[in-house]
Design a protein around this ligand. Structure first.
Ligand code: ZN
Length: 398
């Protein structure tokens, strides 16, 4: 047995108001309980492509929310786990705040054996612990606390949506997410925070995927060279053209990530293709880049082009509504004794959909750690109390 190092001291010491001190102390006292809740979720593996596994976790999470008095319903999905919606009434009427997240992970069943959920000093490790099972535990903890502080009733209505397919593009859940967001006053996304300091995410790039398929004409490279139409040469020219669409100042990038074509050196290749990842920082660039991709014309008239794909997540822009929400979070964090920073990131989440509808959205409110989707994934345990206190404060404030 190795010696146990003391965890960071209670941060309540630097909190400003007596209420903030009290709240931080409340969550500090429950820190071990939050860790136990996270561990329970991490130890039920839930890869996006394994419906039975994800549904098993969904049932457990549903029961946890039900125990808090939430009205639980599952949206049935055929190819993925069912999506979980929970609704809580509140003391005041009005629109609910939507707590958004996902319970699928990128790790196949069996990963736990090599990547167990355990504590190592201030770190809690395991598949999905950061992305985003700690975020689910924070939702449970903040809701329970607000009930404790308000005579078992929440101060305002709260809806929770946990989807099962976020890591694979959210095709089966997008409509549900958008429908609930439209009814909400704001959306708080419990995806991992950014960096060591746990910054929240106020901007995310939009994401598109395209494939350019070229059809040329096969011929013998020696006997009939001039009768062939080289699809690889054509796709190469297209790649040069679309790569020039990148505009770093606008946050617009075009990455050709996969190229295929040809069979052997003495055959003029009749087919070739390129797969492309497009990222956009601004909504107005979505239709622009889409039009540019779709209007590509063959350089060689004897070749034909087919363009498939499109923009599948709009960007989450730092709109005024997002900035106002962030400022509220900064005030709450300040009262709790820390400076909450913000970050703009290239990766998308379901927050992109809700922000794209113009609903005030703040993302990255979940755990603080590193290694999402990687073997060293972990969260910092000492950060949990103030993240829970921040979430509770935001649920009241938005
Ligand atoms: Zn995630």
């Amino acid at each position: 047995m190795t010696g146990t190092r003391r965890l960071k001291p209670n941060k309540g010491a630097s909190a400003k108001s007596p209420e903030a001190v009290r709240r931080l102390a409340y969550f500090e006292e429950r820190r071990a309980q939050i860790v136990t809740a996270i561990r329970e979720l991490v130890e039920i593996e839930s890869p996006s492509d394994n419906k039975a596994a994800v549904d098993r976790l969904g049932e457990v999470v549903g029961r946890r929310f039900e125990a808090l008095g939430g009205k639980v319903q599952f949206h049935h999905a055929t190819d993925f786990g069912n999506h979980l919606q929970v609704d809580f009434g509140g003391k005041s009427a009005g629109k609910p705040v939507l707590l958004l997240g996902h319970y699928d992970t990128v790790y196949p069943v069996g990963t736990l054996a090599a990547m167990p959920c355990r504590t190592r000093d201030d770190e809690l490790t395991g598949p999905g612990v950061l992305d985003m099972k700690s975020g689910i535990a924070l939702m449970l903890s903040a809701i329970a606390a607000l009930q404790d502080w308000n005579g078992s009733n929440l101060p305002r209505p709260v809806s929770v949506l946990l989807v099962s397919d976020e890591e694979v593009g959210s095709d089966s859940s997008r409509q549900i997410t958008e429908a609930l967001a439209k009814k909400a006053s704001a959306v708080l996304v419990l995806e991992p925070s950014f960096g060591r300091e746990g910054a929240v995410k106020t901007a995310r790039k939009g994401v598109g995927e395209y494939e350019i398929k070229v059809t040329g004409k096969a011929s013998h490279a020696g006997l009939d060279f001039e009768k062939g139409s080289n699809a690889i040469v054509e796709v190469a020219r297209q790649i040069e053209k679309i790569s020039a669409f990148t505009d770093l100042k606008k946050g617009l990038t075009v990455n050709v990530g996969v190229v295929r074509g040809g069979s052997r050196t003495n055959v003029v290749p009749p087919e070739a293709s390129a797969q492309v990842d497009v990222r956009i920082a601004r909504m107005k660039d979505a239709s622009l880049i889409d039009r540019k991709m779709r209007s590509l014309q063959p350089f060689n008239r004897k070749c034909s082009l087919e363009i498939v794909g499109g923009i599948n997540r709009p960007p989450m822009e730092r709109t005024v509504a997002v900035a106002v929400l962030y400022e509220k979070a900064v005030m709450i964090a300040h009262d709790l004794g820390w400076k909450l920073r913000e970050a703009a990131v290239g990766g998308g989440s379901d927050g992109n959909f809700t922000a794209g509808l113009g609903i005030p959205t703040l993302d990255g409110l979940g755990g603080v750690g590193d290694g999402a989707h990687a073997a060293h994934e972990f969260i910092r345990i000492s950060e949990l109390p103030r993240r829970a206190a921040l979430l509770a404060g935001l649920i009241e404030a938005v």
